[in-house]
Design a protein around this ligand. Sequence first.
Ligand SMILES: Nc1nc2c(ncn2[C@@H]2O[C@H](COP(=O)(O)OP(=O)(O)OP(=O)(O)O)[C@@H](O)[C@H]2O)c(=O)[nH]1
Ligand SMILES: [Mg+2]
Length: 246
Amino acid sequence: MCATCGCSSDQHHEHDDHHHHHHDQKTVIDVERDILHQNNLLAERNRGYFDAKNILCLNLVSSPGSGKTSLLEKTLTDLKGELDFVVIEGDQQTTNDADRIHATGTKVTQINTGKGCHLDSHMIFHALQGLKPKENSILFIENVGNLVCPAMFDLGEKERVVIMSVTEGDDKPLKYPDMFHTSTLCIINKTDLLPYVPFDINKAKENAKKVNHKLEIIEVSCTSGEGLSQWYDWLKSKVPVPEMVG
Ligand SMILES: Nc1nc2c(ncn2[C@@H]2O[C@H](COP(=O)(O)OP(=O)(O)OP(=O)(O)O)[C@@H](O)[C@H]2O)c(=O)[nH]1
Ligand SMILES: [Mg+2]
């Protein structure tokens, strides 16, 4: 949990020894509850903002390198002109991913979390003030690559999309159940590499369904383009229809 390593706190902690905590158990639990409570309050405010502007907000989560930015690059390029997009990029350091998104011609803001291992609803709240997404647009939030902490932090998104790649092992849903439990769609990426890795795709799907039987699963390769049309269909089916007046 984040409060255990101190990454949710505004204060900077020394991380040199994770086995020595100067808090008793109760203090740690209280701090965690308080942080998550504050986060949830502002997440609801973000959600209200998205609802009012008819914005579809999707939170993309995965371990580092599964292909979140690659999927966005493809999507933003292939659906340009059809749908309106804005992107918030989350990473500990660098503007690498924001630069890649910017190159597709999409409006993007980078959030650097420093030592933090997840985005929180305050960061999104502030990023929105600069981004000012248009009504009826789609906002993608690319979370920090990490299958653990981002699961606990509601950002106000409509749905969470978890991306796993075939190089990570088919047991990931069982080892990191919270992330798969709180997501509605799982994208299995890098299927072009299936001939070269010992990844049992049926086992992976079975494991994902064990954790969350409602989870939808789409197999893609961002490199070959295989399966992307299914993801685009899913995306288009989620776009809210603007309410007609009169
Ligand atoms: N073979 C193959 N490689 C891919 C595919 N999708 C992405 N990659 C490669 O995987 C690497 C990581 O991709 P990214 O899109 O940067 O992954 P990410 O999830 O955004 O990474 P972080 O933001 O660091 O967590 C890059 O070298 C991509 O070119 C794919 O479908 N097949
Ligand atoms: Mg990325």
